[in-house]
Design a protein around this ligand. Structure first.
Ligand SMILES: *[C@@H]1O[C@H](CO)[C@@H](O)[C@H](O)[C@H]1NC(C)=O
Ligand SMILES: *[C@@H]1O[C@H](CO)[C@@H](O)[C@H](O)[C@H]1NC(C)=O
Ligand SMILES: *[C@@H]1O[C@H](CO)[C@@H](O)[C@H](O)[C@H]1NC(C)=O
Ligand SMILES: *[C@@H]1O[C@H](CO)[C@@H](O)[C@H](O)[C@H]1NC(C)=O
Ligand SMILES: *[C@@H]1O[C@H](CO)[C@@H](O)[C@H](O)[C@H]1NC(C)=O
Ligand SMILES: *[C@@H]1O[C@H](CO)[C@@H](O)[C@H](O)[C@H]1NC(C)=O
Ligand SMILES: *[C@@H]1O[C@H](CO)[C@@H](O)[C@H](O)[C@H]1NC(C)=O
Ligand SMILES: [Zn+2]
Length: 450
């Protein structure tokens, strides 16, 4: 793999020094996430700006997030292209099963030991290849990876008000300055809505609809600023999100303390009362017993030993995942000792639940216009980002083909131009490396269109 990366770097350098065709300058890329924007949130609210963007660019019917459908794990999938079991950010909360210590979402943002677990996010990969990058509130954007940090960042304060529309405009202006004055190539911009409103009032509430209108106004403002800066033909804009939102069902609630023959005295570590997911470490010798009493405890509760957790989730095969993994059916959250979860809306559910699906929209020089594409997975977004930035990706679990149809034929991305170096030796080397690195079971490394 390293040999291949070196080879590609050499090719790219050669490309810069002796272009066989006039080298186009690299387009900039803005990745925007509006947290908790369910795939169909634009269907019961007027969204003129999102609609205009769809006409000017590309819209996916929806995209499928990875499991567990939580904020930090999914955002890290977006910027690494790895399933959650492969990047290790398995929960919004940092925890240690030995000491029982847990840290909230906000504090976890500053714990590099949680994020830097073997996968490099695109910021660092891009910087290593000579690009400049930024993060504004993006989950994972405040950590240090193998000693390196994103070039420019803004980090939210504790108890941040994520819904302040005035601040949203200020943040958009800041990002536009980063592109124009600081000449950044890639920025990831995060908004904490409509997630917060969806949790508090529920996904079917008027408050959520009003917040979607606010998101739509922000999209209009952003596109206007891109126009003002004269960047419509040099900036690719992607608007996506992490997960959807499900209405919480209040009847027949799951409360583990009420389960016959289940006792918290058999549990060494618990991560409960966090939406529909539960992680348990039974005390030594208690695993079988706890598993047996829980697995038939409630018709809406799924309980698995880690190694039997369904493979389709790509979730459990990581050292941080505990010996028992629990999840609730759509609408059902898991309470531990008491009913302490009062949100009207929740996420974290099975990623096959339609209400967990989320949005993907894109506009800019690389994209087709007025095209609706078929659903794909969040894990595929990373390969697209790398392709748009014309950088060589790290090994990842996505498929660059999944997003191929949305790209304008005239985009002329330079990694594709590798085919112009019609040097047989080079092609053979690339082919043999690709074959060696694509053994069955290994992650898809990266693909050129050769
Ligand atoms: C958890 O805490 C124990 C005890 O302090 C420590 O030995 C261990 O390294 C910690 N584990 C992690 C993953 O931080
Ligand atoms: C961001 O990282 C810095 C440096 O590691 C840390 O001091 C700060 O607390 C972090 N901010 C958040 C929100 O975690
Ligand atoms: C990931 O974190 C776990 C502790 O949570 C640690 O044991 C493991 O070595 C880390 N892996 C990498 C590649 O950093
Ligand atoms: C919203 O943000 C603006 C600009 O940052 C600030 O001046 C204002 O006080 C904020 N309003 C609220 C209600 O937080
Ligand atoms: C609970 O344990 C008792 C004693 O072992 C047993 O008789 C009973 O069937 C168990 N109940 C359930 C629901 O597992
Ligand atoms: C689990 O992950 C390890 C690497 O951490 C990998 O070698 C192994 O093949 C994976 N197992 C499955 C069943 O995916
Ligand atoms: C991507 O598409 C090409 C051409 O259609 C195909 O040959 C290749 O096998 C696909 N790669 C993957 C990983 O699906
Ligand atoms: Zn979220």
């Amino acid at each position: 793999m390293f040999a291949l990366l070196g080879l590609v770097a050499t090719l790219l350098t050669l490309g810069a020094a002796a272009p066989l065709q006039e080298a186009k300058s690299r387009n900039k890329l803005l990745l925007v996430s509006f947290d908790g924007f369910r795939w169909n949130y634009d269907q019961d609210v007027d969204t003129p700006n999102l609609d205009t963007m769809a006409r000017d660019g590309v819209k996916a019917k929806y995209i499928t997030p990875p499991f567990v459908t939580q904020t930090s794990p999914i955002h890290f999938t977006l910027v690494t292209g790895r399933y959650i079991e492969n990047h290790g950010v398995i929960h919004n909360m940092w925890f240690n099963t030995t000491t029982g210590q847990k840290l909230a979402y906000y504090t976890t943002q500053g714990r590099s030991d949680w994020w830097d677990n073997g996968s490099l996010p695109i910021w660092i990969t891009a910087q290593r290849q000579g690009l400049k990058t930024g993060s504004l509130f993006f989950p994972g954007g405040n950590a240090t990876y193998q000693g390196e940090q994103v070039n420019v960042k803004k980090v939210e304060k504790l108890l941040h008000n994520y819904g302040n529309e005035t601040e949203w405009k200020g943040n958009i202006d800041m990002v536009m300055k980063w592109f124009s004055e600081d000449d950044l190539d890639f920025v990831a911009l995060y908004f904490g809505e409509p997630d917060s409103t969806g949790h508090k009032y529920g996904p079917e509430s008027q408050q959520r609809k009003d917040m979607v209108s606010q998101v739509d106004r922000a999209v209009g403002y952003l596109r206007q600023r891109i126009l003002d800066y004269g960047m419509t033909s040099t900036l690719n804009l992607i608007i996506t999100s992490d997960h959807g939102m499900e209405t919480v069902i209040k009847e027949n609630e799951i409360v583990l303390r009420n389960v016959a023959n289940f006792s918290f005295s058999d549990i060494q570590f618990e991560m409960l009362d966090y939406g529909p997911q539960g992680l348990l470490v039974p005390k030594p010798g208690k695993l079988e017993q706890v598993y047996e009493v829980l697995k038939t405890a409630h018709s809406k509760l799924h309980v698995y030993k880690k190694e039997e957790f369904p493979k389709r989730f790509h979730y459990a095969n990581h050292t941080r995942v505990t010996p028992l993994v629990l999840y609730g059916d759509p609408g059902y959250v898991i309470n531990g000792r008491l009913k302490v979860q009062f949100n009207k809306g929740e996420h974290g559910f099975d990623n096959e639940d339609m209400n967990m699906k989320t949005i993907f929209r894109a506009v800019g020089p690389a994209f087709e216009r007025g095209l609706e594409v078929e659903p794909f997975e969040s894990v595929d977004v990373y390969a697209l980002l790398c392709k748009l930035l014309e950088i060589v990706p790290e090994p990842h679990d996505g498929n660059v083909n999944a997003t191929q149809a949305m790209l304008a034929k005239s985009a002329g991305l330079s990694l594709e131009n590798i085919q112009y170096y019609n040097n047989q030796l080079v092609n053979e080397l690339i082919q043999s490396e690709l074959i060696n690195s694509n053994k069955p079971g290994s992650v898809v490394g990266f693909q050129f269109h050769i």
